[in-house]
Design a protein around this ligand. Sequence first.
Ligand code: PLP
Length: 424
Amino acid sequence: MSGVSSNFFSTKLVLSDPEIFQAIGNEVQRQASQLELIASENFVSEAVLEATGSVFTNKYAEGYPGRRYYGGCEFTDVVERLAIARAKKLFGADHVNVQPHSGTQANVAVYMTVLQPGDTMLGMDLSHGGHLTHGHPLNFSGKMYHVVSYGVGKDTEKINYTALEDLVIENKPKLIVIGASAYPREINFKLIGEIARRNGSLVMADIAHIAGLIAVGEHPSPIPHCDFVTTTTHKTLRGPRGGMVMCKQVFGKDLDRVVFPGNQGGPLVHVIAAKAVCFKEALQPQYKSYIQQVKKNATELAKSIQNSGYRIVSGGTDNHLILVDVFSKGITGKQAEIALDKAGITVNKNTIPFDTNSPMITSGVRLGTPALTTRGMTEAEMSIIGKLIGQVLDNIDSQEIIQKVHSRVVKLSSKFPLYQQSRT
Ligand SMILES: *Cc1c(COP(=O)(O)O)cnc(C)c1O
């Protein structure tokens, strides 16, 4: 039996908890039969799944390698040291902390390292592509700190670095946060670093989405230009759900103390083991080819959707994701998400810059290619999927057309099996 079969179809679980066993089985089926285009999702390898499901979930290991508050950490230390060493190699970072439980926890750690409550930070507006943790009023970041938001230019829909520097000069933020959840263009980390140094600010890059691209040189790296770099490990990086902070050596000690004991207890050692596996995978040449294909696929998908008559925000993409302005043809992001879901195409509604609809309705949808590229799809499939998306969006009230698209989706996804061995 493979690792996946023992995880998904273990006889232990089916006997002890048939309800959860059934839900997992259904989720395996759902993931395999739909076209997953949520830009923040991916499919991890069976090796990553195996490490995530390992006995390290039993272990308490507060502290750091060689300095633990619990006994029995000798193998935990092996795991965490390997994760750190591999992350350093992958990104060229000075100092790495692999313990943050999520991307949000990684950002909490940096803010607590350099900011006091009430201090000023600059972050990208959520509705322009930023993240909740970059200072949204409903998030701890917006409540704890004085947040000044920047965004994209109305004409270009790209970050306006001149306007950003004007805000820095005017507000003298202690920290500038650069990075996004829904920004399809290359980010100029070098320029941000220069702006920060000219004005006496620190700078944190949040590469949660584009970490995989940066790891293989398919997006310029923030490491030489930024004091801190945070990331998730589960998006383009294709590892377990989790976070990580990289920083300049001078901040290393303070950062580690903020992560533990500052705002977390015991690390998730099973997840750190899976992070280490993910970093090893990302150091292989096949991973670089994978990321290159992710980008080619995003470019092709954008072209195909554009050919169906829909406007692509900023006119295209430089990375793994695209934003489609569906409201330009009179439908809302919410309607688009629901109709596409019925056709077996999974996307999320998303605000677009200067959106006139609320965040629960939105004018856009966000699409990303990391997950489908992991399944082996290339430009040929992207071209077809773009057309299918166009057909659904043009006919959101036609059950007949949505059904037709759905059967094509099922056929297409069955050609690219996921976790094949779980069936044997
Ligand atoms: C996804 C994301 C995060 C948060 O990650 P979680 O693991 O969901 O907490 C933070 N920043 C950016 C830019 C993201 O896209």
